[in-house]
Design a protein around this ligand. Structure first.
Ligand SMILES: [Ca+2]
Ligand SMILES: [Ca+2]
Length: 191
């Protein structure tokens, strides 16, 4: 090996090799998704988690309320490029398979943070246990948040969505009014 070749070789070893090793050790930038979560009837799912799997490995999970999620960060590695991302939704402590509006293949995210992908998700909620009376926001507990929602229905500030009407009509008289609010408050006070 002549002297010049040796210098070039040493330079390569000193600068290029560590860079290559570094590039391999840095994980790819996660992909970030946002979108809606609706049930099979097109109603928003009011609370739960969206989970993202690649090759059956959980790669990201985020909680949501009122049928939309933001910032589902899905991490990847050298083996996840172009692999299909499968979604599930956890609602009322049950994890259900879900479908995305279009097939999503994992791609590395961009540093800019401006590349949040819109992924709308539909889940068949018919196998979920029925909504507990008074659990209007479907988070598995009856508390002041549910009282606020029912008061808004009574005041006509908002309208019940899907099964929310049945969960609000505590005395099953076909309307939601102040008496239903009182019943929900009683449930909370009796604990
Ligand atoms: Ca609740
Ligand atoms: Ca009622």
């Amino acid at each position: 090996m002549c002297r010049k070749t040796l210098v070039v070789f040493l330079l390569l070893l000193t600068f290029v090799f560590p860079l290559t090793a570094l590039a391999q050790s840095v994980p790819p930038i996660p992909s970030v998704y946002k979108g809606t979560v609706k049930d099979h009837n097109g109603n928003p799912v009011l609370s739960g988690r969206v989970n993202a799997y690649i090759n059956d490995i959980l790669r990201g999970s985020v909680g949501f309320t009122n049928g939309s999620y933001k910032q589902l960060v899905v991490s990847g590695d050298q083996n996840t490029h172009n692999k299909i991302v499968k979604f599930t939704v956890t609602a009322r402590n049950v994890e259900l398979n879900a479908v995305s509006s279009s097939q999503i293949k994992w791609q590395e995210g961009k540093i800019s943070g401006q590349d949040m992908n819109n992924v709308n998700i539909t889940v068949n909620t018919s196998s979920l246990p029925p909504l507990a009376p008074g659990d209007i926001n479907q988070d598995g507990a009856v508390n002041i948040l549910d009282v606020q929602l029912v008061i808004n229905f009574v005041m006509e500030k908002s309208k019940p969505i899907g099964s929310q009407f049945n969960a609000s009509d505590m005395d099953k008289n076909g309307s939601v009014n102040i008496l239903d609010v009182v019943r929900i408050i009683n449930i909370i006070m009796e604990r």
